[in-house]
Design a binder for this molecule. Sequence first.
Ligand SMILES: CC(C)(COP(=O)(O)OP(=O)(O)OC[C@H]1O[C@@H](n2cnc3c(N)ncnc32)[C@H](O)[C@@H]1OP(=O)(O)O)[C@@H](O)C(=O)NCCC(=O)NCCS
Length: 147
Amino acid sequence: MNQIRQMTIEDIPLVYEIERKSFPYPFGEILIGSLYFGAPKLCFVLEQNNKMIGFLLGGYTPIPKQAHILSFAILESFRGEGLGKELLIHFLNQLKSSEFNSVKLEVNVDNKKATELYESLQFKIESRIRKYYQDNSDAYLMIRRKE
Ligand SMILES: CC(C)(COP(=O)(O)OP(=O)(O)OC[C@H]1O[C@@H](n2cnc3c(N)ncnc32)[C@H](O)[C@@H]1OP(=O)(O)O)[C@@H](O)C(=O)NCCC(=O)NCCS
């Protein structure tokens, strides 16, 4: 059974484990902790049979009423089953009830799967950020505005 719930402090080590397994240049555990404390209400985990298999770390930006997706991953063996989309939709629905006008994120230009997922939920590519990642690869800045 799948369950999406708000992240808690106790989840930080497991979120870090999924982050570490999902990205070539993962955020460290301490950074994940500070991002969590920056916006605990915008951080979610997805569990299957009480085991965490995904997370989404959200935050704020300096722009009023704009949320930021800081990190988002599903454990590899559970990908392609619609769980990432479910978690992202849950996050967007939570924002609807509060006063957010837009959501932004950065995604590696080579990450076709994630880019298509975001486009399927009305995120639009706004610009390309050169050398955004540690290996000098570029990112797309994507923004979803309230319809
Ligand atoms: C990105 C990620 C979170 C998506 O999670 P997921 O559970 O695998 O995604 P889903 O099964 O929900 O697929 C959602 C959508 O992705 C797209 N998608 C899925 N597989 C795809 C593929 N092989 N090629 C292109 N698009 C694909 C589709 O738009 C799909 O929607 P649809 O099923 O309605 O057509 C997951 O792949 C992941 O953790 N990747 C590594 C970390 C990462 O890249 N995070 C994003 C950082 S910006």
